[in-house]
Design a protein around this ligand. Structure first.
Ligand code: KG4
Ligand code: ZN
Length: 347
């Protein structure tokens, strides 16, 4: 969709509600993130995973006050906002609907256009918020709670899927392992913390799908292996830490092997890693030391879901800004179905 206001968009309000983070940020081109707020819903902890209905209800409660807060802290009113970007997918349908309805209503109220953003494009572009962003082209490893993908990125908007998970995502494997080890939710950081006290070499773990060619992933076998090990062995604290460490090392090794292969196949030497699992310190250390070329990450606070990456992706897609009012979300939305960008970067 072509917009009536293509290049006038410099300040974007970003709204993220695809899962269990309610997040809002104001991004201004040339300045970066002006202000942002993230609310992580912790009610899900007692259920061991995200409960979609609870997530939607909490977004309803939190979103409007957070928009007000972000603009207040930025010292500006709605007039400073050129466009409202929101996550239209992929994600939980109800949660996405709350964000899109609030965004569309708010934008209409202030007479500004909206931009529907793909959540994973937000993650993918988030390293561009670092002071020294990567140049294009690069390979992107996206590792979150819902996705594990390797993508060849020639330019913003030009994505070629190289490989993805055939079953569980890397973050999901961390979350399920956390549940089995009873270390709480969200699982990734808790498993990583437990692994610090563990001996990663005590038990053998598989490195799934690394012994055959290709760039796809599969984590369900590793998950079953870990479950059986926990059921058989884990009755003391040290053994649980050793299992956490072995599991983490197996995930890290698998990701490193596939990234090396993707760089070789594409003949590129830059890798960006984004999504919640990119916050993992052992993953970062392994990628930094074991790969040729340079590895780029988002700022640590922007690895997990946030509004800044949605505002930034909205800015890149400013040519798609359209009249507010159509509430359409895509809970399932393959990244490579995104249209190419029509505004060259940067303005
Ligand atoms: O990107 P994200 O916030 O949400 C999705 O789009 O899914 O990613 C959340 C995922 C969760 O599975 C969480 O356990 C994982 O990222 N995660 C981590 C770490 N921090 C977050 N996994 C491993 N180590 C971490 N430090
Ligand atoms: Zn995410």
């Amino acid at each position: 969709m072509q917009s009536q206001f293509p290049t006038a968009v410099s300040t974007v309000l970003g709204i993220e509600t695809s899962c269990d983070e309610t997040a809002v940020a104001l991004y201004r081109h040339g300045q970066g993130i002006v202000t942002q707020a993230v609310h992580t819903q912790l009610d899900h902890a007692k259920y061991g995973g995200v409960v979609p209905e609870l997530a939607s209800r909490d977004h309803v409660r939190k979103l409007a006050p957070m928009i007000r807060q972000v603009l207040e802290e930025a010292g500006c009113g709605p007039a400073a906002v050129d466009a409202v970007a929101y996550t239209a997918g992929p994600g939980l349908a109800g949660a996405l609907l709350v964000g899109s309805a609030v965004a569309e209503g708010y934008a209409r109220g202030i007479g500004r256009p909206t931009i529907a953003v793909h959540h994973m494009e937000g993650h993918l572009l988030s390293p561009m918020l670092e002071p020294e962003p990567p140049e294009f082209p690069f390979v992107a490893l996206l590792v979150s709670g819902g996705h594990t993908m390797l993508i060849e990125v020639q330019a913003p908007g030009a994505y070629r899927l190289l490989g993805e998970t055939l079953d569980d995502a890397a973050g999901e494997a961390f979350d399920k392992t956390a549940r089995l080890l009873d270390v709480g939710y969200p699982g990734g950081p808790e498993v990583a913390r437990l692994a610090e006290q563990g001996d990663a070499g005590r038990f053998d773990f598989p490195r799934p799908m690394t012994d055959r060619p290709g760039l796809d992933f599969s984590f369900s076998g590793l998950k079953t292996h870990t479950r059986l090990l926990i059921e058989r062995e884990a009755d003391d604290a040290q053994t649980r830490a050793d299992i956490a460490a072995g599991f983490e090392r197996a995930v890290v090794d698998t990701l490193v092997i596939k990234c090396r292969r993707a760089l070789k196949q594409t003949r590129l030497d830059r890798l960006i890693v984004a999504g919640g699992v990119s916050a993992n310190r052992r993953l970062r250390a392994a990628l930094d030391t074991k790969l040729p070329g340079r590895v780029y990450y988002p700022p640590l606070a922007l690895c997990t879901d946030n509004g800044a990456m949605i505002a930034l992706a909205g800015w890149y897609r400013r040519a798609e800004a359209g009249r507010a009012g159509t509430i359409a979300v895509r809970p399932r939305w393959p990244l490579d179905e995104l249209p190419p960008l029509t505004v060259a970067e940067p303005a």
